[in-house]
Ligand binder design. Structure first.
Ligand code: CP
Ligand code: NVA
Length: 311
């Protein structure tokens, strides 16, 4: 396929240039159209992807598996119970062994450092299927969804309401690179990581995209085209659930908050904690595009895998 992405790791949205993000989105749109008319695109015949899951998953696991199969390739799915990553065997040893059998590794891990260790030791590409720091595959799907709905990124404002977490980090980095402006409303102490904000602000200076940080959800939401939220308690933070529920009171995406942006679409990466960060009425309501996002996970990951593992 001749892409500069061939063999490359995707640990962070920092790893992709604006042009590479657009290349993935363009191929995703093409593969989505082809899939709709059942035109086969077996770009990864004979290739195998290993999936490692230290945490549960529905969307990521199903879409990566279906992606490889629709591309004519194969997958092997491994849980922590199967392989004991870093317990039964070092992360580097797992990476070195897998590199002899498969063409790429996608891993969902607790600590981002585990991904970095995997990538350092692996001779094949490593893709972040979610870490405590980032969720780049989600951002690619979100960008495709936003482009489908608005036709453009430039001038589009996304309000992030809730935790400055892994999904927020990737959206900040990837969104600003393609020209989205982001307004991030979090409780005090739950802001996005400072180094990620700094990197995103630097990209924004080049694309004209703006980043606003606030502790007032209404300020973020007013006049935005998209309102995005995610769980207040991410996987691995379960012990903090009660403390977080108290801290995030007032940050629920509900009809009262959405009254500040009557036209905005609502996004959520899912799974949702219904009744916490978002109400049933909003999640299931006419403005919600959460299932389009979930569907687009498949199409963008097919494009990503075709470009990284193909050729
Ligand atoms: N959005 C997402 O990554 O979903 P899963 O945790 O179900 O994979
Ligand atoms: N922030 C959430 C995203 C799940 C897809 C988590 O890490 O649990």
């Amino acid at each position: 396929m001749g892409s500069g992405l061939r063999g490359r790791d995707l640990l962070s949205m920092e790893d992709l240039s604006r042009e590479e993000i657009l290349e993935i989105l363009d191929l995703a749109s093409q593969l989505k159209r082809e899939q709709r008319v059942r035109r086969p695109h077996r770009l990864l015949r004979g290739r195998t992807l290993a999936l490692i899951f230290e945490k549960p998953s529905l969307r990521t696991r199903v879409t990566l598996e279906v992606a490889m199969r629709q591309l004519g390739g194969d997958v092997v799915s491994l849980t922590q119970q199967d392989i004991g990553l870093g317990v039964r065997e070092s992360v580097a040893d797992v990476a070195r062994n897998l590199s002899r059998w498969v063409d790429g590794i996608a891993a969902r891990v607790f600590s981002h450092r585990t991904l970095e260790d995997l990538a350092r030791a692996a001779e094949v590409a490593v893709i972040n299927a979610l870490s405590d720091r980032e969720h780049p595959c989600q951002t690619l799907a979100d960008l495709l969804t936003i482009r489908e709905k608005f036709g453009t990124f430039q001038g589009t404002v996304v309000a992030w309401v809730g935790d400055g977490n892994n999904v927020c980090h990737s959206l900040l980095l990837g969104g600003v690179k393609v020209g989205l402006s982001l307004r991030v409303a979090t409780p005090e102490g739950y802001e996005p990581d400072r180094t990620i904000l700094e990197a995103a602000r630097n990209y924004g200076e080049r694309t004209g995209a703006r980043i606003l940080l606030t502790h007032r959800p209404e300020e973020a939401v007013r006049g935005a085209q998209v309102v995005y939220t995610d769980v207040w308690t991410s996987m691995g933070q379960e012990a903090e659930r009660e403390k977080r529920r108290r801290a995030f009171a007032g940050f629920q995406v509900n009809e009262a908050l959405l009254a500040h942006s009557p036209e905005a679409l609502v996004m959520h990466c899912l799974p949702a904690h219904r009744g916490e960060e978002i109400t049933d009425a909003v999640l299931d309501g006419p403005r919600s595009v959460v299932l389009d996002q979930a569907e687009n996970r498949l199409h963008v990951q097919k494009a990503l895998l075709a470009l990284v593992l193909g050729g």
